[in-house]
Every structure is written in structure tokens, then in C-alpha cells.
Write a protein that binds this ligand. Structure first.
Ligand SMILES: [Mg+2]
Length: 230
């Protein structure tokens, strides 16, 4: 057996971020009766997603702080529809972050592949750029926490994937050799590129389209394809 340590990214790889975020936004929309301001829940979600993506880019570039991002995405969404309110975006921003990690939609075959890997002697780890407490809540609610030996979160180290130091931290903490490790993630730069630059093999999980990665050992569109390799 070549690989012994399997590193999974969490968001958009095992935990279906998009599906869970959409469900949380629907709850927020209904609770605050936003139908008086938006033509439909789809419109609300579309505007929110647009600002959320823009603000995440700004966050990744170090231009805004996470505490600002969490309410600003709602503030801008509301302003576009003429709602000017200093408190509402903060209240809703907090509510959204409270609801979302409790939702538990996983990508198809997540449990199946974890059930397949665990008894075969692989050690499973999560390598995430998310907040530790949030990620723990998501994993507990989705009943996948039991499969993993440890969560390596960038919040704890203060350095994000794709930085080499992040991967080095994980590999050295578990006393692994690079060639025994395999990274699986949905982000071609952060997960695949980061792992590859550090010197460990990676699988690109790309369920959205037919694109393949040159840097990945293999590109998969369904988690069950990992069985062919492991
Ligand atoms: Mg991800």
C-alpha cells in the first residue's frame, strides 16, 4: 500500500457548502420575511452570492477582515434593494453562521468512501482553511467526525493552504513521510497546487465540469472513484 495518510479538504469536498449555504439563506429569508423586499428567495440568494464571492476575494487578498465579511455580505445585499439598516445585517450575519454549520448535506458517497477507507488501515485527516470550531460542528452534525484522527485548521496555525508551511505542519505533526500522504480537495490551486508544491500527491475533486488538472495525480467527479486508487 503506497499511501497511508489521507488528507481531505472539508468545504466543497465532503461537506456540500453550496447546498448547506442555500438552505441557511432560505431559513434567514423566511424568518425575516424578506419577501417584502426581494422578488423571490432566488433573487435574494443570487445577490448575496455575488457579494459573498467579491468579499471572499477581498478577504483572501487581505483587504478585509472576517468579522467585516460576515455582516457586509448581507449589508450590501440589503442596500441593493433599498434596505438601509445598521443592525439587521449583523443579526442576520450571526444567524447565518449559527445555522449553516448545523446543516449536514454531504457530497454523494462521502459516507460510503469513509466507510471504505477506515477499515483498510488508512489514517484520515482534515486539512482546512476554515475555523476549527465551525468545522468541528459541521463534522459532528454530518456524523463524519468519527472517521478522522485530527483536524488541521489554518486558524490554529495562522497560515493557510496553499502555503508549504501548512502542509509541513500536518505531515510533521503525524510523523508521516511525504510519499505516504495523499491530499484530496476541490480547489485546484489551494489543495492540489499547495500539496504538489510541497511534494505530496493530490487528487482534484471536480464534480462541476469535465476540466482536469495537470498537477493532480487524478481528477475525479465522484468520491467513490477513490476506490480505484486506494
Ligand atoms: Mg474546499
Amino acid at each position: 500500500m503506497r499511501y497511508k495518510y489521507i488528507f481531505f479538504d472539508l468545504d466543497h469536498t465532503l461537506w456540500d457548502y453550496h447546498a448547506n449555504s442555500t438552505l441557511a439563506l432560505i431559513q434567514v429569508y423566511n424568518k425575516y420575511k424578506l419577501n417584502s423586499n426581494f422578488s423571490s428567495v432566488d433573487e435574494f440568494i443570487a445577490i448575496y452570492n455575488r457579494y459573498n464571492d467579491e468579499l471572499w476575494d477581498a478577504y483572501r487578498q487581505g483587504n478585509i477582515k472576517k468579522e467585516v465579511l460576515r455582516y457586509k455580505r448581507f449589508d450590501l445585499t440589503f442596500r441593493e434593494k433599498g434596505i438601509i439598516d445598521t443592525e439587521l445585517p449583523v443579526i442576520i450575519g450571526d444567524l447565518y453562521l449559527e445555522i449553516t454549520p448545523r446543516l449536514n448535506t454531504l457530497f454523494p458517497n462521502t459516507i460510503e468512501i469513509l466507510d471504505y477507507l477506515a477499515p483498510r488501515g488508512y489514517e484520515l485527516y482534515i486539512l482546512t482553511n476554515g475555523f476549527l470550531k465551525t468545522q468541528e460542528t459541521k463534522m459532528e452534525n454530518a456524523h463524519i467526525d468519527k472517521y478522522f484522527k485530527h483536524i488541521f485548521s489554518s486558524e490554529e496555525l495562522g497560515i493557510n493552504k496553499p502555503h508549504k508551511d501548512f502542509f509541513h505542519w500536518a505531515v510533521s505533526s503525524i510523523h508521516a513521510r511525504k510519499k505516504e500522504c495523499l491530499m484530496i480537495g476541490d480547489d485546484e490551486n489551494i489543495d492540489v497546487g499547495g500539496a504538489k508544491d510541497y511534494g505530496i500527491d493530490a487528487i482534484w475533486f471536480n464534480p462541476g465540469n469535465d476540466e482536469i488538472s495537470d498537477r493532480a495525480l487524478k481528477t475525479i467527479s465522484d468520491l467513490s472513484e477513490l476506490k480505484e486508487l486506494l
